[in-house]
Design a protein around this ligand. Structure first.
Ligand SMILES: [Zn+2]
Length: 469
C-alpha cells in the first residue's frame, strides 16, 4: 500500500530527471541552481551570465540545453513564490508572467506581480478562497518591448500581438506561454500575462493576457482563462458568429433552458434572464442585470461565482492532509491501536470566512461501506492533470449518524480519538468526510447550489485494528 501511495510522486515530477546531476560532481546541476537562485533574487543580468556559462561549459547535456534556452535574448530566467499557501499538489498555482519587459524593466514587473495577489484577496469570491491559491512569478526577459501588429514584429518572450478586434485587444502566443510554464517544476496550466505595451486583454485556455496592469481587466480575463466564463457585456468588440451557450450565457430566453435555471428556481436575488451578452445586444442572455465583472459589474455574479468555486475544487481537495496514511477500502493494511487510543488527523482547507464540515464514522469491518474514493488526499491527482480528470462522484450517502461532527475550527485541524476501551477487539473502518457547505454568514443561499460531480466533498478512510488484550 505504501508503495502505491508513493507511486504518484514518481509520476508527478518527471521533469526532475533532466536536472539530475550529470557530471561526476553534479557541477552542471549546481550551476543551474545558482543561476535560478540569482534570477529569483532579482539579479537577472547575473542569471543570464550564468546560463550562458552553463550553455558553453556543459553543451550537449540536459543542463547545457536549459542554459542555451535561457541565455537567449527573450527567455525564461527563473521564478519566485509571491504568495505560497501550500504545496502545489493541492493548490491552484497561478503563474504571473511579464511580456515585453526588457532586462532593465523586470524589477518593475516584479513590483506589479507583488501587488496582484491583494486584488484576488479583496475580490469577494476569490478572496474567500484566497488560501486555495499560490502565486508564482515567472521572470521572463524580452529583447524588445513592442507588441506585434500593423506589420511590425518584435522579439519578445511570448509573441505578444494585437488581435483583430475593433480596439486591438492584446494577446500572446499560447504555445510560448505553455513552454514557459513547463520551465517550472509544477504548474496547473494557469498563467496571467501582463503585456507591458498593448491594450485591454483577452483570456481563455488557462491564459489571461492584460495590456498594462488594470486589475479589473485582470479579474475579467481570469474569469475567461480559469473560469471558462463568457462575456456578459453586450457591446460588440468583434464579429463572433453564433451565440455560444455556456455557464453564464445562453442563446434562448427560456428560463427553463437556462444553464442557471437552478438559481432562478432557488429564487436567488437578482438572477433572471437579461438580454445582451457575448458581445451582442440581441440573441444572447445573461444572468444578472449589471452585476457581473464578466459584463459591466464589479464582482462575479452568483452564477459565475458557483462556476469558479467548483473549478477551484476541481483542482484542490477539501482534505489538505490526513495522518497517519489512510487506506483504500479494499486494503489489507491497517493501523493498530497500541496504547489507550489512536489519533487520526485531518487538515481541512480553510476558506477566509466560513469553515468546512468534518464528519467521522466508525464501522466494524463487516458493516464497512465500500468506497470509490477512499484513496487519501490527492492519491488520484497528478500534477499537471486536474482533480476533475479523476471524475469525482457524489459520495454514497451514509445512513448512520456520525460518531463525531466538527465545524468552525479556524485552523482546519481536526482529529478523531479512537479509544481502545470503546471497541471490542477486531478490525474497524474509520471514515472521515469533509464538505464545503459554501454557506457564508449573512448569505441566504449557498454559493454552490448544484454540485453534480461531488467536487465540494472528499473522503479518507483508515483500517484500524483493536488487538486482543
Ligand atoms: Zn457572471
Amino acid at each position: 500500500m505504501k508503495a502505491l501511495l508513493a507511486l504518484p510522486l514518481i509520476l508527478l515530477f518527471p521533469e526532475v530527471s533532466p536536472r539530475a546531476p550529470v557530471g561526476p560532481d553534479g557541477e552542471a546541476a549546481a550551476l543551474l541552481e545558482k543561476a535560478e537562485g540569482r534570477a529569483s533574487a532579482g539579479k537577472y543580468r547575473e542569471a543570464q551570465r550564468l546560463y550562458r556559462k552553463l550553455a558553453e561549459d556543459f553543451s550537449g547535456t540536459p543542463e547545457g540545453r536549459i542554459g542555451e534556452r535561457r541565455a537567449r535574448p527573450s527567455a525564461f530566467l527563473g521564478a519566485a513564490d509571491i504568495v505560497r499557501h501550500g504545496d502545489s499538489s493541492n493548490r491552484v498555482d497561478v503563474v504571473l508572467m511579464g511580456e515585453g519587459y526588457q532586462l532593465k524593466e523586470m524589477k518593475a514587473f516584479a513590483k506589479l506581480a507583488d501587488d496582484l495577489p491583494d486584488y484576488f484577496r479583496r475580490n469577494r469570491t476569490l478572496g474567500e478562497y484566497f488560501s486555495y491559491f499560490n502565486f508564482i512569478r515567472a521572470d521572463l526577459v524580452s529583447a524588445d518591448n513592442g507588441v506585434d501588429g500593423f506589420g511590425r514584429e518584435y522579439d519578445t518572450a511570448l509573441g505578444g500581438h494585437i488581435l483583430g478586434t475593433y480596439a486591438g485587444h492584446v494577446s500572446v502566443n499560447g504555445g510560448e506561454v505553455r513552454k514557459m510554464l513547463d520551465e517550472l517544476p509544477a504548474h496547473d496550466g494557469q498563467a496571467i500575462v501582463f503585456a507591458k505595451l498593448g491594450v485591454l486583454g483577452s483570456g481563455g485556455g488557462g491564459i489571461a493576457t492584460i495590456g498594462g496592469r488594470n486589475m479589473k481587466t485582470t479579474l475579467h480575463e481570469f474569469g475567461h482563462s480559469f473560469g471558462r466564463l463568457s462575456d456578459e457585456y453586450s457591446s460588440e468588440t468583434h464579429k463572433r458568429g453564433a451565440t455560444k451557450a455556456n455557464v453564464n450565457v445562453t442563446d434562448s430566453p427560456d428560463p427553463d433552458l437556462a444553464p442557471w435555471k437552478h438559481f432562478i428556481d432557488a429564487k436567488v436575488p437578482g438572477v433572471d434572464m437579461y438580454q445582451g451578452a457575448d458581445g451582442r445586444a440581441r440573441g444572447a442572455w445573461r444572468p444578472t442585470a449589471n452585476g457581473c465583472i464578466m459584463g459591466a459589474g464589479e464582482f462575479y455574479c452568483p452564477v459565475c461565482r458557483e462556476q469558479l468555486v467548483k473549478l477551484i475544487y476541481s483542482m484542490v481537495d477539501p482534505i489538505d492532509r490526513a495522518h497517519p496514511a489512510p487506506h483504500r477500502s479494499r486494503s489489507r493494511d491497517e493501523h493498530v491501536v497500541e496504547g489507550k487510543e489512536l489519533v487520526l488527523e485531518v487538515t481541512a482547507m480553510q476558506p477566509a470566512s466560513h469553515t468546512l464540515q468534518v464528519e467521522w464514522w466508525v464501522f466494524p469491518e463487516a458493516d464497512a461501506p465500500g468506497s470509490l474514493v477512499s484513496d487519501g488526499p490527492h492519491a488520484a491527482r497528478a500534477k499537471g492533470g486536474r482533480r476533475s480528470t479523476r471524475n469525482p462522484v457524489e459520495l454514497a450517502p451514509i445512513d448512520a449518524k456520525p460518531a463525531q461532527k466538527s465545524k468552525g475550527k479556524r485552523d482546519g485541524e481536526h482529529d478523531f480519538r479512537f479509544k481502545r476501551s470503546a471497541f471490542p477487539p477486531g478490525r474497524y473502518r474509520v471514515i472521515c468526510r469533509v464538505t464545503d457547505p459554501t454557506k457564508l454568514r449573512g448569505d441566504r443561499h449557498p454559493w454552490v447550489l448544484k454540485d453534480d460531480r461531488g467536487l465540494l466533498q472528499s473522503e479518507v478512510g483508515w483500517w484500524v485494528r483493536v488487538p486482543a488484550e
